[in-house]
Design a binder for this molecule. Structure first.
Ligand code: DX5
Ligand code: ZN
Length: 219
């Protein structure tokens, strides 16, 4: 299975996003992961459509935009318009998840459903055939640099089974605490898109960090 790496710019230098994105891409990044937080669904506030639009101008990779906001339906169009190729929404805030996934697809983006660590896999049961990808949170969302929750490995396996039962080959993305020590394990569990913030931008050589992560993930 080919692994896609999605560096999260949450841990990049916000004053030098173009430089940091170029470095991650030089190392072989496949996607750029953008964490949108509203200070309501999660305790942190980050960025909105104007920053996504600016990132779109400088990034060569597709943008994978992760919405950690309470009312995503209000902003889907703004984020796709700003340049999101993949747009993921948290099931915890969406009573009409099926409608929201359809709305994202209708806008021309790939639709992802995100599960918090405490949200059961069964929350996806009725939309298992509708998702373009599933994002399994392996930390509680809100901050970069947190420790990977080990139970996430089993959860990735159970999401894979659910998707397979629905006949859906959609990839599983994993986000939170992914680094050299966990990359191989999440791939073995069934994830094929790996988000990494601190592991890529926490040091002073993002390109080398992406290369090392790929080696760890594919070894
Ligand atoms: C966490 C965000 C993550 C975060 C991951 O709420 O969704 O994308 O940037 O950062 P690391 O890889 O440092 O855990
Ligand atoms: Zn994220």
């Amino acid at each position: 299975m080919s692994v896609r790496l999605a560096p999260s710019i949450l841990s990049a230098d916000f004053a030098h996003l173009a430089r940091d994105i170029a470095a991650a891409e030089a190392g072989g990044a496949d996607l750029i992961h953008v964490d949108v937080m509203d200070g309501h669904f999660v305790p942190n506030i980050t960025m909105g459509p104007p920053v996504v639009r600016a990132v779109r101008r400088v990034a060569a990779c597709p943008l994978d935009v992760h919405l950690m906001i309470s009312e995503p339906d209000r902003y889907l169009e703004a984020f796709v318009d700003a340049g999101a190729s993949m747009l993921s929404v948290h099931v915890e805030v969406l009573p009409h998840l099926h409608r929201t996934l359809g709305a994202i697809k209708a806008l021309g983006a790939q639709a992802g459903a995100v599960l918090n660590p405490s949200t059961p896999v069964s929350a996806l049961e009725e939309v298992a055939g509708d998702v373009d990808f599933v994002l399994v949170m392996s930390v509680n969302p809100g901050f970069g640099g947190q420790r990977f929750i080990p139970r996430s490995l089993d959860k990735i396996r159970r999401v894979r089974m659910l998707l397979d039962r629905a006949g859906n080959r959609a990839p599983i993305e994993v986000d939170g605490g992914v680094g050299l020590d966990t990359a191989r394990k999440v791939v073995e569990a069934g994830a094929s898109i790996l988000v990494a913030g601190h592991a890529v931008f926490g040091g002073n050589d993002p390109a080398a960090a992406v290369r090392a992560l790929r080696e760890a993930a594919e070894s």
